[in-house]
Design a protein around this ligand. Structure first.
Ligand code: GDP
Ligand code: MG
Length: 168
């Protein structure tokens, strides 16, 4: 089994942290500053029975200039041809315009499993999780799966990997 997974989300939601945890190497650049990840960086997760190639995307936001515009186009190009898309959001912040911008593009994608990953659940009171999930159900694509995770702590990440491998 093998396949491609594209990780997308607005800056600082934890995409690089998640990719680093999965591939076990510091290949993706992490920073609190937006736009630090400037390239599509590929990591490969390999088990006895499966190989998954991950594509991290540059910080996605409404472009402010031509470099930003190029980076956004580059990130969205990585969506086409993926076997699955992981849309990562930050559980510690409400859904915002940056999330909506990406969600509107995701609505155009057909025939690809789009996962909603609610990251940073370590920062969240458990009782707030259902409300966060509900806020991403309205005016959004139909999520193939919804996974609350903590990329930093590793919570639910192996379950997420098993799920995506099972779908390949
Ligand atoms: P990216 O811009 O989406 O690639 O985000 P990064 O992976 O660079 O992470 C942005 C910030 O969020 C960093 O300070 C990370 O340490 C932090 N972060 C990432 N995942 C988690 C998480 O699960 N829990 C917490 N508390 N912080 C996280
Ligand atoms: Mg990053």
């Amino acid at each position: 089994k093998s396949g491609f997974v594209t990780i997308i989300g607005r800056p600082n939601v934890g995409k690089s942290t998640l990719l680093n945890r999965i591939v076990g190497e510091k290949i993706a650049i992490m920073s609190d500053k937006a736009q630090t990840t400037r390239n599509k960086i590929q990591g490969i997760y390999t088990t006895d029975s499966a190989q998954v190639v991950f594509i991290d995307t540059p910080g996605i936001h409404k472009p402010q200039n031509s470099l930003g515009d190029f980076m956004v186009k580059s990130a969205f190009s990585a969506l086409h041809g993926a076997d699955a898309i992981w849309f990562v959001v930050d559980a510690s912040m409400p859904r915002g315009r940056g999330d909506d911008f990406i969600i509107n593009r995701l609505k155009e994608i057909k025939n690809t499993a789009i996962y909603l990953l609610i990251n940073k659940v370590d920062l969240l009171a458990p009782k707030d999780l259902l409300n966060i999930i509900a806020s991403y159900q309205e005016d959004a694509p139909e999520w193939a799966e919804v996974f609350p995770i903590s990329a930093r702590e590793g919570d639910n990440v192996s379950e997420l990997l098993d799920n995506v491998v099972a779908g390949l």
